[in-house]
Design a protein around this ligand. Sequence first.
Ligand code: COA
Length: 171
Amino acid sequence: MKELLQTDRLLIRTWMHDDAEALFEICRDPEVMLHIGIGEPYQSVDEAYRFLNWAVPYQAENGFCRWAVIEKSSQRIIGSCGFARLENSGEFELGYFFARKMWGKGFATEAAQACLRYGFEELRFPVVIALTDLEHTASQRVVEKLGFICRGIENYGGERNSVYVAVNPKE
Ligand SMILES: CC(C)(COP(=O)(O)OP(=O)(O)OC[C@H]1O[C@@H](n2cnc3c(N)ncnc32)[C@H](O)[C@@H]1OP(=O)(O)O)[C@@H](O)C(=O)NCCC(=O)NCCS
């Protein structure tokens, strides 16, 4: 496990297999998963292990991932934020989710801001995109606050998404 980033209230680190129970507790909530993947909550901790079995080697191979977000004050995992590379287009996608009880406190914006800076400055991504469901105003608001611009509505994985783009100012 490696700590990567700190903000005022958050610590962002790579995942460990021991995180499965904490991840399951967040992702078993249908509200959290409504706009993620196939839109279904995790049914068992096995699905958390499946994610971690993807995330741990993905981080080792690529140097980035969707990371774990820890609330400093409680030392608990409260969500995830980070990057994955889209298979078809090769673009670097920023993604995030947080436990339901943590919504509305600015955590997504705080985590995503730190990840975006890391993506530009350390990982040297030329461009980062974010995909949201068309009606997902809260997520759209998060990326807009970070300076992303809406590129339009495009098909990804057979679904129409609002596509947001941020360009690395140093590239
Ligand atoms: C989307 C999500 C990450 C936002 O997390 P958060 O920590 O509540 O976000 P923040 O508090 O940093 O910012 C949310 C912004 O959206 C706004 N917002 C929230 N719900 C809204 C709604 N229904 N309509 C319009 N704006 C909304 C908030 O007011 C805030 O904007 P503001 O700072 O200008 O007031 C969180 O709801 C979540 O984890 N959802 C489930 C997973 C998910 O959908 N991930 C994104 C997939 S694209």
